[in-house]
Design a protein around this ligand. Structure first.
Ligand SMILES: Cc1cc2nc3c(=O)[nH]c(=O)nc-3n(C[C@H](O)[C@H](O)[C@H](O)COP(=O)(O)OP(=O)(O)OC[C@H]3O[C@@H](n4cnc5c(N)ncnc54)[C@H](O)[C@@H]3O)c2cc1C
Length: 538
């Protein structure tokens, strides 16, 4: 038995690290248990230089752009793959074997990495509006304070523009990063015809991004090298491993890996035992603490809870924002050279509010395509390779992609179940996820309205691409917040119902997903839960 002090936090993703930081700041001793894969192959190879310089001069570029095993060339069904480039693939390493899932129609992407999925995230970081938080089960008024704490900690840049009423205010906002030539032209066109767009429920502005426009502690401002899909110069984009490394300087924090947490039990004297497998060959070990905070991702946390409470074959809800890629030719930009000084993260955000009541928003982020490289597009073209290449070289600086995301709420046809293998050899998560015809119809209607707006903005939509369900990797609702006393739900405080000392700090507890990246809110809520847990030990 390993005695660990006050609190065990499971995971090192965006949720886990914010809960841990709140606990450490409250003076509690924290042991973080994590599998903790890292990239040991590519990071050191990537020069700290602009994309065009790298393309012209680095003789080793094929290694990180394509991958030593060509793992950067996606050949299968389109999922979240395009953004998970070779230097980021450590994020999903070994999760198929260690956290098995049976989900033929759902792209369940889980991470066992140091920093979790946050090692690959796109850093779009919006707060939820008050009614969105309330639908999630979060205490809306309380959340403001936690958004501000997290924004100050991680650094969020953005503008106070037409989007502010649709995503809520953040005081601790750094100035926005400069946007590229495509985005500037599109935004200027929107500004000129704003009244028409807004009459149709469309608002456009700059995204809130968890990347720095000004130095913060020992991190640097984004250098605008257009290399953000491949590297993280100056640690400008917030990634949760940065917080782990910072917490490791505190005497009351211990990061322990590689441990795959299996289950927990509570003892009669109010303590929690956590059973974990040491993946370096050390076998099963048990850790003991006064409180347990689970933040293994909505799917990972569900596995641990369902296994611990022996709730096999019991369906729990699962939500995930549906999303659609709309590649567009921004014809007003044709003939202009690519923008040399830019970042590769989202350049613009479009929010569609069909009724004008902010209740059911749809959101789209616009990316310029360049640094994701042409080979991804070439295989989609019906022309011979040589002609496609010539054509795409001319068109590429004017290709933009809007990624549209829809809200999601639990329904009977979207759930997961933990199944035991008949031979006693472990368990696996089975996912069935089918949106209703009404949901699909409403999503298509919003997409049509947004594509109409894109045309007016000078972006000619090509065929929309709808990746497999689950590809947005925004998972939630497996153990939803509920005020009613029901098994497999989470109390508003974050405590797992039916337990005395087990808390949920990740998306498992969110009862609803608005059409916004959830990670900013995951972090704010995790900070709230961390503070609550610390208070229960006073
Ligand atoms: C390509 C991509 C782009 C994205 N872009 C955005 C975006 O722009 N905006 C946004 O809001 N969201 C985005 N997301 C989603 C975002 O990354 C996730 O919502 C967020 O990172 C989830 O954080 P988490 O800490 O809750 O879980 P995770 O990141 O899944 O972390 C889970 C942690 O738990 C550990 N763990 C899991 N199981 C166990 C176990 N049994 N034992 C021990 N440790 C375990 C893992 O090692 C990991 O450290 C994106 C995701 C991807 C993949």
């Amino acid at each position: 038995m390993n005695a660990t002090g006050d609190v065990i936090v499971v995971g090192s993703g965006a949720s886990a690290v914010q809960a841990a930081q709140a606990l450490v700041e409250a003076g509690r001793t924290v042991t973080m248990l994590d599998v903790g894969h890292e990239d040991i192959t590519y990071a050191a190879l990537i020069p700290n230089a602009p994309f065009s310089h790298v393309r012209q001069s680095d003789h080793r570029q094929h290694r990180y752009f394509l991958g030593d095993e060509f793992e950067g060339i996606p050949l299968g069904v389109l999922g979240a793959g395009p953004q998970v480039t070779p230097p980021r693939q450590y994020v999903v390493r070994h999760s198929d074997e260690l956290t098995p899932t049976q989900a033929p129609d759902f792209a369940a992407l889980e991470s066992l990495a140091l920093g979790g999925l946050g090692g690959a995230w796109g850093a779009v970081c919006f707060p939820f509006l008050e009614h969105e938080s309330a639908r999630c089960g979060l205490p809306a008024a309380e959340m403001r304070e936690h958004y501000e704490i997290v924004a100050r900690r991680i650094g969020i840049s953005g503008d106070r523009d037409d989007l502010e009423p649709l995503h809520g205010q953040l005081e601790a906002l750094q100035v926005p990063l400069e946007i590229d030539a495509n985005a500037s032209r599109i935004l200027a066109r929107y500004e000129r015809r704003k009244a028409i767009f807004q009459r149709e429920g469309i608002s456009i502005g700059k995204p809130l991004l968890a990347t720095l426009s000004q130095a913060l502690n020992d991190r640097q401002a984004n250098p605008c090298y257009d290399m953000d899909f491949w590297s993280n110069a100056g640690d400008s984009v917030y990634r949760p491993d940065l917080t782990v490394r910072q917490l490791q300087k505190s005497r009351n924090f211990l990061y322990r890996r590689p441990y795959l947490v299996d289950s927990f039990t509570e003892t009669n004297d109010g303590r929690v035992n956590v059973r974990a497998c040491a993946l370096d060959g050390g076998g099963i070990e048990t850790f003991e603490a006064r409180r347990l905070v689970l933040a293994a991702g909505a799917l990972g946390t569900a596995r641990i809870v369902l296994r611990s409470l022996r709730q096999f074959d019991v369906p729990v809800p699962l939500t995930c924002n549906a999303h659609t890629y709309v590649p567009c030719l921004h014809y007003r930009n044709l003939g202009r050279p690519p923008c040399e000084r830019c970042h590769s993260l989202a350049q613009l955000t479009m929010i569609y509010d069909p009724v004008g009541d902010r209740q059911h928003l749809t959101q789209g982020q616009m990316y310029s395509y360049r640094s994701l490289l042409l080979f991804r597009l070439l295989k989609e073209l019906p022309l011979p390779h040589r002609e496609s290449l010539r054509m795409m070289r001319e068109l590429a600086p004017s290709i933009v992609i809007w990624v549209i995301q829809h809200e999601d709420y639990p329904t009977a046809d979207k759930h997961c179940v933990l199944r035991q293998r008949p031979d006693g050899a472990g368990d696996y998560l089975e996912i069935e996820w089918q949106p209703s015809a009404t949901e699909t119809a409403s999503q298509r209607s919003s997409e049509r309205a947004m594509m109409r707006a894109m045309r007016r903005l000078g972006c000619w939509p090509m065929r929309p691409v709808r990746p497999q369900h689950g590809s947005s990797v925004h998972y939630a609702t497996t153990l939803p917040f509920d005020t009613a006393d029901k098994l497999l739900t989470t109390e508003p405080s974050g405590r797992l119902r039916g337990t005395k000392a087990v808390y949920i700090a990740d998306g498992a507890a969110f009862a609803y997903l608005p059409a916004k990246g959830l990670t900013g809110t995951l972090m704010a809520n995790a900070n709230r839960v961390g503070q609550q847990v610390a208070r229960t030990m006073d």
